[in-house]
Design a protein around this ligand. Structure first.
Ligand code: AMP
Ligand code: TRP
Length: 333
């Protein structure tokens, strides 16, 4: 069986990296396979969130995903806390995953930084919940950005150990879909850092709610080097900022780096940035206005989420129950 599952955290406005690395692929894949997309609010609270803002951010992110083209007639869209099967399976996985496996997770190391003793225990077991999100739907394919590669490998390790421990083949391996020239969009201020919602500088990222003027200004100010664009991809080596802008351009046009350089090689960044800003505005502006339109009617967004959660629960509850039975919990109902 082929089924897509993916998730995104409601920790702020989605940015260009989320869009090009993940969400745009989700929109395409919903026409090819049964698709389930989730706003992962349980993951969001692994780091401090303002309880007054979380529900609002969850709805805003759902509106933004709909504006990007997630079609509730084709895909399930829901928020994670509304479907309890995820947590039921995540607890079992927390007892399957080994400390050593989680200790190797680079995302935990990055997020915890020097403050390891003070981060939540949820942040440490975050990947177990992610594995449960995917496997509780028996999903076969998971479209994500490049930063989630290690978590997908862990998902398969957990699935394999669960099967071994229970003497079954209940969970099948899952395949990541990590695609395109923008699977890893970098900060506009530092080509060595990925574009992220948590970066202190708003200049480092393009948010999907930015106005045309903000987009143009951020691209104009984006860090580059003094050389003109090369004509061949080898010329991007050692030039992370140039590679990043070319990758963004390529993704927006659905071509590869080489095609962009054939067209723009030899130009200075002034000209190239102008074309890039125009391209961004033409694709992101309609998304921003559609998000605003949807948020003027929060009842409609909420009812899409409610219906998505109902259908998602119908698929995932029996899987969580079967996993609990396989682990050996007493069944009295
Ligand atoms: P998050 O906002 O961390 O929940 O990420 C949601 C999705 O966006 C995941 O599939 C990530 O891999 C993807 N993503 C996040 N940041 C980037 C980035 N800078 N470049 C490409 N994909 C990204
Ligand atoms: N960890 C993912 C991220 O930060 C979000 C996520 C949670 C996810 N559960 C998932 C992605 C399941 C794919 C599948 O981007």
């Amino acid at each position: 069986m082929q089924r897509i599952f993916s998730g995104i955290q409601p920790t702020g406005v989605p940015h260009l990296g989320n869009y090009l690395g993940a969400v745009r692929n989700w929109v395409r894949l919903q026409h090819e396979m049964e698709s389930i997309y989730c706003v992962v609010d349980l993951h969001a609270i692994t780091q401090p969130q303002d309880p007054k803002e979380l529900a609002k951010q969850t709805r805003e992110l759902a509106a933004s995903l709909l504006a990007c083209g997630i079609d509730p007639a084709k895909s399930l869209l829901f928020h994670q806390s509304a479907v309890h099967a995820h947590v039921r399976l995540a607890w079992i996985f927390t007892c399957v995953a080994r400390m050593g496996w989680l200790n190797r997770m680079t995302q935990f190391k990055d997020k915890a930084g020097k403050d390891r003793e003070n981060v939540s225990t949820g942040l440490f077991i975050y990947p177990n919940l992610m594995a449960a999100d995917i496997l509780v739907y028996h999903a076969s394919h998971v479209p994500v950005g490049d930063d989630q590669r290690q978590h997908l490998e862990l998902t398969n390790d957990i699935a394999q150990k669960f099967n071994f421990d229970t003497g079954t083949e209940f969970f099948k391996p899952v395949e990541g879909l990590i695609q395109g020239p923008a699977a890893r969009v970098m900060s506009l201020r530092d080509g060595a850092k990925k574009m992220s919602k948590s970066d202190a500088s708003a200049q480092s990222r393009i948010d999907l709610t930015d106005s045309a003027d903000e987009i143009a200004l951020k691209i104009r100010r984006a860090k580059t080097d003094p050389e003109p664009l090369p004509s061949e991809t080898e010329g991007l080596e050692g030039r992370p900022e140039a590679r990043n802008l070319v990758g963004i351009y390529a993704a927006l046009q659905d071509v590869d780096h080489a095609a962009v350089l054939r067209e723009h090689g030899g130009k200075g960044f002034g000209d190239f940035k102008k074309s890039l800003a125009d391209l961004l505005v033409s694709q992101l502006d309609p998304i921003a206005s559609e998000t605003r339109r949807l948020l003027a009617d929060p009842g409609t967004v909420d009812s899409i989420l409610r219906e998505g959660a109902r259908k998602a629960a119908a698929i995932s509850t029996p899987v969580a129950e079967e996993a609990e039975r396989l682990v050996g919990f007493l069944q009295v109902g």
